[in-house]
Design a protein around this ligand. Structure first.
Ligand code: IPE
Ligand code: IPE
Ligand code: MG
Ligand code: MG
Ligand code: MG
Length: 338
């Protein structure tokens, strides 16, 4: 990673590259912003944080392998299609949130099955989101999209199967704690249903090419993306047996983080390459999607993401337990490049 040092001299503020000593002059408010950026970059790139992130990903991927039928299971085309999209990688943010939030409270119950359940559900939404009738994307997680590789019928069915599997995993993995299983199923079902995720996707499609207020746009983002990130946090808190007051804070934290997550995703759709994100870029403009980046510009969208991120951090500071990893995760998500 490139590293910079901010140096204030008698006549100017300069940033000095630690590698080549190249100097760049900067002015006024840029200095404060850069100092914040450098502080955040240094804080979130500690080896402790990146090691922990890798460790969680590894655990989640092992559990995916354990809980999802093998690609040799009949019908093989369907199971290969499911695994094609699931195993392609991805940031695994939702499952990691389940595990990291659970750990803040109580580690008596295993969070990994719930983590895999939400990743299965999320992957189904991506497969369907990419279909020609929706965003019509060719690339996802660095691979051809499910319908490009297996055809539309198999992609629709792979999505259906992953959605259903997520509830099978929750009901069977937590059957020893029926009340917990019930809450987890309800949290995930409500967040992904017609009033939240699927409803948000409907409004996203219905409003293509139309002028939207920023309020309406926020509402769509909260539904199509915020609700599932909030569900990941709530499910973690349920597994950790958090009390009602803590659950409410966790819900608010996840919703703010989730809205910010979509604003940044929209910025990346404009600014990042397909190599960087592993998915087709420029799809929002091609589909006439109204996003904060398209109506107010990249800088304004970035400011909104920073505001939402800060609000989520403020909420996080009231959540009990060791939240250091979650804090780094939130900062890392704000600066992410994919
Ligand atoms: C993409 O989600 C879809 C949105 C809700 C913006 P992610 O950015 O979490 O995708 P993966 O899981 O890392 O591929
Ligand atoms: C998708 O939003 C949200 C869901 C999948 C629910 P986008 O359409 O912006 O996601 P990407 O950019 O295709 O990943
Ligand atoms: Mg979409
Ligand atoms: Mg899309
Ligand atoms: Mg997008």
């Amino acid at each position: 990673m490139k590293r910079f040092q901010l140096v204030t001299t008698g006549c100017a503020d300069v940033i000095v590259c630690w590698h080549c000593s190249e100097k760049t002059r900067i002015f006024g408010k840029q200095i404060e912003k850069l100092q914040d950026l450098i502080d955040n970059l240094l804080r979130m790139n500690t080896p402790e944080f990146t090691n922990e992130l890798d460790l969680w990903r590894e655990k989640v991927e092992k559990e995916i392998n354990r809980l999802v039928p093998s690609s040799g299971t009949e019908p093989q085309t369907l199971h290969r299609a499911m695994r094609h999209s699931l195993e392609a990688g991805g940031k695994r943010i939702r499952p990691i949130l389940v595990c990291a939030v659970a750990r803040c409270f109580n580690e008596n119950t295993a969070p990994l099955p719930a983590a895999v359940a939400i990743e299965c559900l999320h992957t189904y939404t991506l497969i369907h989101d990419d279909l020609p009738a929706m965003d019509n994307s060719d690339l996802r997680r660095g691979r051809p999209t499910c319908h490009k590789e297996f055809g539309e019928a198999a992609a629709i069915l792979a999505g259906d199967a992953l959605l259903t599997l997520s509830f099978e995993i929750l009901s069977s993995s937590y059957s020893n704690s029926p009340s917990l299983a019930n809450f987890l199923i309800q949290d995930l079902a409500v967040a992904s249903g017609s009033r939240w995720l699927v409803g948000g996707q409907m409004e996203d499609i219905e409003n293509e090419g139309l002028a939207l207020s920023t309020e309406k746009l926020s509402s769509i983002n909260r539904k199509k993306t915020g609700a599932l990130l909030a569900a990941a946090c709530i499910m973690g808190a349920r597994i950790g047996q958090a009390n009602e007051a803590q659950l409410a804070l966790v819900r608010q934290f996840g919703a703010l983080l989730g809205e910010s997550f979509q604003v940044i995703d929209d910025i990346l759709d404009y600014t990042a390459s397909a190599e960087q994100t592993g998915k087709s870029s420029g799809r929002d403009a091609a589909n006439g999607k109204v996003t904060l980046a398209s109506i107010e510009g990249i800088d304004s969208a970035r400011n909104r993401a920073t505001f939402l991120t800060q609000e989520s951090l403020n909420t996080l500071s009231n959540i009990q337990g060791n939240t250091a990893f979650l804090e780094s995760l939130v900062r890392w998500l704000e600066q992410r490049a994919s």
